[in-house]
Design a protein around this ligand. Structure first.
Ligand code: ZN
Length: 467
């Protein structure tokens, strides 16, 4: 019997089963024994919603939007070419947590539930005695959509006075309470957990999600036009982009406050901190504001920074394309937690982060855009799904139902403005067939990804956890 059918039926056992499994494979069996020194490192993972890599000064943006990330980046490593798997909040976070692509974990758009069948990073860490906590900032990641799996503490309740978005219905769901929470309130909640709610005797994993850079762009008054002279904002678009940047700056300040607290409570040196974003934001580069409808770089290139004193070299810059699909395996590898039986689609970047082995520059990164019924979103006509692949300097995007095939040379055309599909037919075909292979592989693998292996299933069955 395939485990995919067993796990949902025995969902109540999932945590126990996963825990037992990891114990079986890791701690008890010796092959991959973890050295239990009593000083297991902590993990903080920060996701900043809607933050374009190229609007962060840590990546060279002309406005100094991220002074705290600049300092953070200097203490660790940053990826220059990190990709979200898609340009939508829910599906990307599901990928961050499961290391599965959206077409595998099936959270293809916002408002769909991440099934309990899938094992998450928080669940794995919980089995390793980590205390797990999440402080989030948007209803999009509400626990009802499955993102709280593995978290012992999941703060997704927002007060009206903390909120800036007043939506009552979203993607067909009634919003419970307020829709979002501003970064200062989220930071205060995270700090309270660190200082008061945390159990001192256990290592912890804290996930913090900020939502401010997401539209509508409403920075606090003290941040409005902080980085730009009013006279330089000539068009409405200039003013809008300035406000978007102000939201990033405000969030950066709050991340600085959180990191300062971590230092004050004496935990900075024993904590791996990872900072990223779930997607970028169209600011009219391809005639579109906001995100979701395409997979050009402004919507899928995200910041990705790692810092852990004495474990990751300072000021390290990695230029190879990677994906957020790689985040969970990388984190587990850095923390020296082996979960070999956890079937994931990403790969660990830990050795490259440590400077031991270079990454394969030709490893593909895959991209996906959700299905849309035919229509117009903003100024963009949409129909069906889209898929993309990045290999080396090349990026290929196809939308069969929109009848589009695009090939870009990102080295010479970073803004993806010149479609070279007809100019380089061999390269176009090569990337199209790689993409096709990947889609077929995903379709085949869909029935068992994210699960545990048959042997592990047998072991659990012999112990009475599954039938
Ligand atoms: Zn988002």
């Amino acid at each position: 019997m395939n485990l995919i059918y067993i796990i949902p039926k025995y969902a109540a056992y999932k945590g126990l089963a996963a825990g037992l499994l990891v114990c079986l494979l890791i701690i008890g069996c010796g092959n991959h024994a973890i050295e239990k020194t009593g000083s297991q490192p902590n993990l903080i993972l920060i996701s900043i919603d809607t933050t374009r890599k190229d609007h962060c000064s840590v990546y060279g943006y002309e406005r100094d939007t991220t002074p705290n990330l600049n300092a953070f980046g200097a203490q660790g490593a940053r990826f220059e070419q990190a990709y979200a798997p898609t340009s939508t909040t829910g599906p990307t976070h599901a990928t961050i947590f499961t290391s599965l692509y959206p077409i595998t974990h099936h959270v293809l758009k916002n408002g769909l539930k991440l099934s309990d069948e899938y094992v998450t990073l928080a669940e794995i860490l919980k089995t390793q005695s980590y205390q797990t906590a999440a402080v989030i900032s948007s209803f999009v990641l509400n626990a009802k959509f499955g993102y709280a799996q593995g978290f012992e503490f999941y703060d997704d309740a927002f007060q009206p006075e903390e909120s800036t978005v007043k939506w009552k219905y979203w993607e067909g769901h009634r919003v419970d309470g307020s829709f979002d929470r501003r970064a200062d309130h989220t930071t205060n909640r995270a700090i309270r957990w660190l200082k008061k709610d945390r159990e001192q005797r256990r290592p912890f994993f804290m996930f913090v999600h900020y939502f401010d850079p997401h539209a509508p762009y409403t920075p606090p008054d003290s941040f409005l036009n902080k980085l730009s002279r009013k006279s330089s904002l000539k068009t409405q678009l200039d003013k809008t982009i300035s406000k978007y940047d102000d939201e990033i700056t405000f969030t950066d300040q709050q991340i600085g406050k959180l990191l300062k607290t971590l230092k004050e409570v004496g935990l900075r040196s024993q904590t791996l901190v990872v900072i990223t974003a779930d997607h970028g934001e169209g600011l009219m580069q391809h005639n579109h504001m906001e995100h979701g409808v395409n997979i050009y770089d402004e919507l899928v290139r995200v910041p990705l920074l790692f810092s852990w004193h004495n474990h990751i070299p300072m000021n390290r810059v990695l230029n190879t394309p990677v994906g957020l699909i790689d985040l969970a395996p990388t984190i587990l590898d850095l923390l020296d937690i082996k979960a070999d039986s956890w079937s994931v689609q990403g790969q660990s970047l830990a050795e490259a982060l440590r400077g031991q082995v270079p990454l394969d520059p030709m490893r593909p990164v895959f991209l996906f855009r959700r299905h849309y019924n035919e229509g117009t979103v903003g100024h963009t006509w949409v129909k069906g799904k889209k898929f993309g692949i990045r290999v080396g300097k090349w990026k290929y995007i196809e939308g069969f139902q929109e009848n589009t095939k695009e090939l870009f040379d990102l080295e010479n055309d970073p803004n993806e403005l010149i479609n070279l599909y007809d100019n380089f037919p061999k390269k176009s075909l090569e990337l199209a067939s790689k993409l096709q292979e990947w889609k077929q592989e995903n379709t085949r693998a869909n029935s068992n990804r994210g699960q545990i292996s048959k042997e592990d299933s047998s072991r659990l069955r012999s112990l009475g956890y599954v039938e």
